[in-house]
Design a binder for this molecule. Sequence first.
Ligand code: NAD
Ligand code: IPM
Ligand code: MN
Length: 358
Amino acid sequence: MNRYRVALIPGDGIGKEVVPAAVRVLNAAAELHGGLQFDYQMFPWSCEYYLEHGEMMPKDALQILSDFELIFLGACGYPSVPDHVSLWGMLIPIRRGFQQYINLRPVKTLRGVPSPLKSEKAGEIDFVVVRENSEGEYSSMGGRIHEGTPYETAVQVSYFSRMAVERVLRYAFDLAAKSPRKRLMAATKSNGIIHTMPFWDQVHREIAKEYPDVSTRVMHVDALAAYFVLQPHELDVVVASNLFGDILTDLGAAIMGSIGMAPAANINPERKYPSMFEPVHGSAPDIAGRGIANPIGQIWTAKMMLDFIGEQELGAKLLDAIEATLVSGRVTPDLGGRATTEEVADAVIHHLLGRERA
Ligand code: NAD
Ligand code: IPM
Ligand code: MN
């Protein structure tokens, strides 16, 4: 029996709805496998927890989490607490503390959900964004000064270290080298007065020499945003800095059909620390509490967790069950359906277990 310890952090808003739904699916996948077991521990760390305890998570949270192989997180952030408090108080410390410097975000159209891009044939869009997840525009250097005066100023230093740029580019080149199409697209913005991006491009050129089989291209991120809409089927692996990757992946989610479908994984490639699996979307306060959030993003994120632990075959079966559910039309309102979060999870479980028994 392969057993894995999983820390569950549902977080806020719809995180508290989609995480339990995805856990039911994960348990069904483990049942189907027969030799796989997940041992969960739930942590209520969230904005609600902050309002009660004055902190998003306890001071020794990272130490507690370091006992787990995997972290399965919904989303954090809710209007009752300023975002800079919730994000710097939980999400960012976990990503950075555990050196989860790769944020993997697949963009893929599934059967049953046509892309809103009318020119695309279903199935044509299939690429992955490798987002730098440890520094860049999200540096902790900076802040606000002279608040409340006419000189009020906000500053944030974009911080690009050679080590972090090299490791994310190398990871992306490795992925591209393993892919059948062997293509890498790097997002840049080196045409203006931004100092960091010519450096990013220079490191890119250096590392490209190590991968003669990968055809590589750099594109300004503004042009690349348009390319996502106009020629997404040309993309294979995309690598981007922290902020560029963040923005591009919400766009990627949109071309898949809904932000509620997009999966993601925060990876510590050395596996020295736990990796964290959380979808692209946030806590969606506008629909929270109604039981209508799309759980597919969280369930697909669970599939990424299965791939990560070496259970790719089971992961493929789970993706098939997701597609069968989408094709059946049992979908939430963001996809034009009337199903609830739980009904979608039930349908995925039915397709996962039902097909195997047939
Ligand atoms: P969001 O992703 O929460 O919502 C954007 C829009 O997409 C909303 O209209 C929402 O209803 C819809 N949506 C998102 N997920 C959906 C789902 N599963 N099913 C159906 N519809 C869905 O982004 P936002 O509104 O910018 O942020 C809300 C809060 O979430 C903020 O506090 C933000 O900081 C936080 N956030 C957290 C994470 C995270 O923890 N990983 C990620 C993004 C945003
Ligand atoms: C995401 C989110 C986060 C990010 C925010 C909430 C800090 O938008 O995971 O995409 O930008 O990393
Ligand atoms: Mn985002």
